[in-house]
Design a protein around this ligand. Structure first.
Ligand SMILES: Nc1ncnc2c1ncn2[C@@H]1O[C@H](COP(=O)(O)OP(=O)(O)O)[C@@H](O)[C@H]1O
Ligand SMILES: [Mg+2]
Length: 353
């Protein structure tokens, strides 16, 4: 297969011709690897075959050559001048010709050829770097997707375990302690047992909260809308932030599990960020369907932040915002975040259904 950047770019060739031609006040042509003129000072020559150049390229006898005034008379697309092959990765990718007598044309043609070669090389290097970077980013994204999936699986498992096993055992302990307390005569001892029961109760609550944090049963059982509403209700109870909610979806409507989880996690992360970083007094959350798309918007009136600075400094170290974007891309959606110092922050998610 042919390497893309082995081809001379006609636009680049033409701008080079324009520069050299203006400098020399001479005609300059650049031929591609088949001898066709792809750039020329006289535009009407573009597309013509430079016969001498084409012959040389076809014969694969790559060398510099001079076209005399006499040659010019019986060859097509050719002017009297000096011609130099353009080499890239040991291949001749074209020829550059400068018209005029040998003495003046020769050094300029060589200089121009070297210049084109240097440019091709630096383009290729750049392309390689860009390619490597892209590959690295893709790999990173694949790993992150995997992490997100595994993490969700684990959370679900642990949450179930806490809910089904740990909570049940704690409940039995609490009931047992209460019965025991009733049977004990000594009031001091009874007090101690009741204290233990209270401790078990607080632990049960903590375990329950943890299970919900990990993976709300509500999300799996009743769906996104119910789980989000519940989460927001708890949130506004816990923090002094005025919540403005606009959910334009039937509370029973269900979506694909991955979509529900992605949106729920984004809501969680965004609201946590607001408590952690925004210092906001009001938050607007809307969730609605529009033309087969599910849209979630979370907006706060907090301090905002410099997105460019964030992207250049910690987009890769913190999973929060970066993770939101990755979760959305897992379900083929689009994710946008807008923020400005003093202007609050707005998160916009769109997921196709
Ligand atoms: N709603 C917000 N208001 C103000 N700053 C925010 C908000 N959300 C995120 N940020 C800023 O963006 C940074 C990155 O957020 P995130 O990726 O979630 O990482 P983390 O929360 O772990 O710091 C935060 O450290 C904070 O400076
Ligand atoms: Mg965060």
């Amino acid at each position: 297969m042919e390497n893309e950047y082995q081809r001379l770019d006609a636009k680049f060739a033409q701008s080079l011709v324009d520069i050299v031609a203006a400098e020399l006040n001479k005609n300059v042509n650049i031929l591609d690897d088949r001898g066709v003129i792809i750039a020329s000072f006289s535009r009407d020559r573009i597309g013509q075959v430079h016969e001498a150049g084409a012959r040389m390229l076809k014969a694969e006898m790559i060398k510099e050559f001079y076209v005399s005034e006499e040659d010019e008379l019986h060859l097509r697309g050719i002017r009297n001048g000096f011609n130099v092959p353009i080499m890239f990765e040991n291949k001749c990718v074209g020829v550059i010709g400068v018209t005029g007598d040998l003495k003046t044309a020769e050094p300029y043609a060589r200089l121009a050829a070297r210049f084109v070669e240097a440019n091709l090389q630096s383009n290729a290097r750049q392309e390689k770097l860009v390619g490597a970077l892209k590959e690295k980013e893709e790999l990173q994204s694949i790993f992150l997707n995997k992490i997100i999936r595994v993490q969700e699986e684990e959370r679900k498992k642990i949450s179930r375990e806490l809910h089904d096993e740990t909570s049940q055992s704690l409940t039995s302990i609490i009931v047992g302690l209460r019965i025991l307390a009733e049977q004990v005569q000594n009031s001091g001892e009874r007090e101690k047992i009741l204290q233990m029961r209270d401790l078990a109760l607080t632990t049960l609550e903590a375990v329950h909260d943890m299970a919900v944090q990990l993976r709300p049963v509500l999300l799996d059982d009743l769906g996104l809308v119910a789980a989000a509403q519940k989460y927001i209700a708890n949130y506004s109870k816990q923090y002094k932030i005025l919540m403005n909610i606009e959910f334009n979806i039937l509370s029973r409507e269900r979506f694909a599990t991955e979509v529900e989880i992605a949106l729920y996690r984004i809501l969680q992360e965004a609201l946590t960020n607001i408590v952690k970083h925004a210092g906001a007094t009001q938050v607007w959350v809307s969730l609605y369907k529009k033309q087969n798309k599910l849209i979630l918007i979370i907006n706060d009136n907090g301090v905002g932040f410099n997105l460019d600075l964030f992207k250049s400094t910690h987009s890769r170290t913190s999973l929060g915002i970066y993770g939101m974007g990755e979760r959305v891309s897992l379900v083929d959606g689009t994710f946008e975040i807008k923020s400005e110092i003093g202007q609050g922050t707005k998160i916009f998610v769109e997921i196709p259904l």
